[in-house]
Design a binder for this molecule. Structure first.
Ligand code: BGC
Length: 699
């Protein structure tokens, strides 16, 4: 039961200035578990509040948790219902660990293909991002845990992330970068985290227009706005600009001490040179402590504003049952979460190419090759890192499922992954057998019926990937194996798009992103056909030069400013409008089924019905995609087509299904000094990707 708003009013009257200040900046968690902590006010029955990362699972220090697949893998399922279920599972695990607020989901749009945090985000498409943002928030909050969509807004690169200013048009903000946040707010999100970056000259943690006018004003957001860690840059400007809570509130040394971690020289909050370009000033903290009290006393920040900040925090505490009335009870079922994580990993796996090799027969002799095959790829580096509860490596997963012989060879040395906490680089795979060599991998490949080569990148928060190429000698490894092997299947574990220069020389390619703890288990399920690879690309795969961010002004920026000159031509909107060449387009992904699209019927303005048949002898999963194109006559140059709706359907062998696809307003509106309805009639293209259209109709 929530504390009535009158009671919050009463609490506000009773709180002293010092006590109010304690509720708007973080302190050190005595239990060492939380990444953000408010001590509460015992005298008035206001309990502690604990915040923890993040998008891929619950990172409560010192306690393992279910490591779910990367957010981009979740989005690749094109099934927001799975986000709802993952969110609820993370909420239950949070509750069990005494965590009250989760620092996720990450809902920034994927603009830069090699952004270091793409694995924490959903898509290059605002509508797909919005659907996942909303479902994830609903799932998390269904367990009486506060969700924190981040990082508001236009935080699309890690290079200079703490200082970069984004020069972006209002239309691009409204049509591309803001919708994910708006959807999260509409879904009832209790909090929003600001980005480190600035937008059009103002740091986001003090951006009056975007925080006060848009988020709290237009959208009616009544939760609290929390800064990113060490992302508060001023006291008066931020408080008056709409920021409600400063985190972590303590400096780097205190934070490290609270976690019981000895700071290493090259830890991320230390001095790692590779990451220094992406780090905030970790000595700057406590701006909403003493300095805020002084600003209120001097009148620079009105006391009514401080009351509003406190009220927003208390309202959320009340909503989740922390201020009396009790909280609903939620128990985490680890086994069920393990199954869910595996299911999402399989459903998010995208079959990019398949020339009669997959699924494998049960008795095939398999050579499992690649630098990371002995360890589950649970995620990238940074605040989303999780100690997994149950990790299954590629080799173990395949061995557990195959009836034939399974050999293994790493081929090339492990790909170094920067570890955010505890510093330095992981020594993944370093204790697993002899020094890797391409020759040994080739020997294993030639002796087997099929080679499964698992390649990976190593993305991290605080740095962007150097390029879209796979690190190390992995491309060489794939080429050598493909030459020697009867059949070659490449499994790509990447944070986002990568270049696949050998794709014509191999028989099949699976993109499995960072699959999380069930890595090998989920992989085996897909390889042997126990599950259909249900995923579709939520981002376009192309050579780096084809993206609109190829050019210094567009990325990483010049003199501290990055120009979003492409406007709303982000992702496939750019590829479509400029005839840029995709290796694999947005929405692409094959199935073990084969689908014949039979008909599309318009039900009403926002719904169509699509009938399709699975003509294969196996069941399969199809993701029906509907793209809308406005009439040619529309004034401003518009994207040729925008995703308007999608539906993931399971179709048994030989059967025909009819699915209703809801269409989203976003595809039918444009922003130009305010929202306007685009001119119809719209052409609706129905198909398997942004490029593979099977049917069309008019709306
Ligand atoms: C990240 C946030 C994260 C926070 C707390 C920051 O470095 O940008 O996404 O929630 O740390 O760990």
């Amino acid at each position: 039961m929530e504390t009535a708003s009158a009671d919050i009013g009463k609490l506000l009257q009773e709180l002293t200035l010092d006590e109010k200040i304690r509720l708007v900046h973080g302190a050190s968690d005595p239990s060492g578990a939380a990444t953000g902590y408010l001590p509460g006010v015992e005298r008035l029955g206001i309990p502690e509040l604990r915040l923890a990362d993040g998008p891929l699972g619950v990172r409560s220090h010192g306690e393992p948790a279910t490591a779910f697949p990367a957010s981009i893998a979740l989005a690749a399922t094109f099934d927001p219902e799975l986000a709802q279920r993952q969110g609820a599972a993370m909420g239950r695990e949070a509750r069990e660990r005494n965590i009250d607020a989760l620092l996720g989901p990450g809902v920034n749009l994927i603009r830069v293909p090699h952004c270091g945090r793409n694995f924490e985000y959903y898509s290059e498409d605002p509508m797909l991002t919005s659907a996942f943002a909303a479902s994830m928030v609903e799932g998390i909050q269904s367990t009486d845990v506060i969700a924190t969509p981040k990082h508001y807004v236009a935080n699309n690169q890690e290079t200079q992330r703490a200082s970069i200013d984004v020069d972006v048009s209002e239309a691009a903000l409204r049509e591309c970068y803001l919708p994910g946040f708006k959807a999260a707010v509409d879904a009832g999100s209790g909090s929003v985290m600001t980005g480190y970056n600035g937008v059009n000259g103002t740091p986001m943690s003090e951006h009056r227009r975007l925080l006060l006018d848009v988020l709290k004003g237009e959208w009616g957001f009544d939760g609290y706005v929390v800064s990113d860690w060490f992302g508060t840059k001023s006291t008066v400007g931020s408080a008056n600009g709409g920021l409600d809570l400063e985190m972590p509130g303590i400096d780097r040394e205190e934070m490290w001490e609270a976690f019981g971690i000895e700071e290493s020289d090259d830890g991320v909050f230390g001095e790692d040179e590779d990451l220094s370009e992406g780090m905030p000033d970790t000595g700057r903290s406590g701006l909403f402590a003493e300095p805020l009290a002084e600003a209120v006393e001097s009148g620079d920040v009105p006391e009514s504003r401080l009351d509003d900040m406190v009220e927003r925090v208390l309202r959320q505490m009340s909503r989740i049952g922390l201020l009396g009335g009790g909280r609903s009870s939620h128990q985490a079922d680890e086994a069920a979460h393990r199954t869910l994580a595996k299911r999402i990993a399989a459903r998010g796996t995208v079959l990019l190419k398949n020339e009669d090799v997959l699924p494998l027969s049960d008795d095939a002799d398999v050579a499992v090759i690649g630098p990371g095959i002995h360890e589950a790829k649970t995620g990238g580096g940074g605040s989303s890192e999780i100690e997994a509860l149950n990790a299954v490596s590629a080799v173990d997963g395949i061995r557990g499922r195959a009836d034939g012989d399974v050999s293994d060879a790493r081929g090339v040395p492990e790909i170094d992954q920067v570890s955010f906490f505890g510093g330095g680089e992981d020594e993944r795979g370093s204790d697993v057998g002899p020094e890797p060599s391409i020759e040994a991998a080739v020997d294993a490949a030639s002796a087997a019926d099929v080679s499964v080569v698992v390649v990976q990148d190593a993305a991290t928060e605080a740095a962007d990937r150097d390029s879209l190429q796979l690190p190390g000698d992995q491309d060489e490894l794939v080429e050598a194996v493909a030459d020697a092997s009867a059949r070659t299947v490449v499994v790509v574990q990447s944070s986002g798009p990568v270049e696949l220069p050998w794709r014509d020389d191999v028989d099949a390619v699976l993109e499995s992103w960072y699959p999380g703890q069930s890595d090998g288990d989920a992989l085996a399920t897909v390889l042997f056909g126990d599950a259909d690879p249900g995923g579709r690309l939520p981002v376009t795969f192309a050579a780096e030069s084809e993206y609109p961010t190829d050019g210094a002004a567009a990325f990483p920026g010049r003199d501290g400013t990055v120009e979003y000159d492409e406007g709303y031509f982000v992702g496939y909107r750019h590829f479509d409008a400029n005839d840029a060449e995709a290796a694999y387009p947005f929405g692409h992904g094959l199935s073990y089924g084969t689908f014949a699209y039979r008909s599309v019927d318009v039900v009403d303005d926002r719904r169509v019905q699509v009938t399709l048949e699975n003509t294969a002898e196996r069941a399969g999963r199809e993701v029906i995609q509907v793209y809308a194109s406005p009439a040619e006559s529309t004034g401003a140059k518009r994207p040729p087509r925008e995703l308007a709706g999608f539906e993931s359907v399971h179709v048994p062998a030989g059967e025909t299904v009819t699915a209703t696809v809801d269409l989203d307003d976003l595809a039918f509106r444009g922003y130009d000094d305010g929202w306007t309805e685009l001119e119809g009639p719209f052409e609706l293209a129905v198909g398997r990707s942004a490029e593979d259209v099977r049917l069309s109709t008019e709306l």
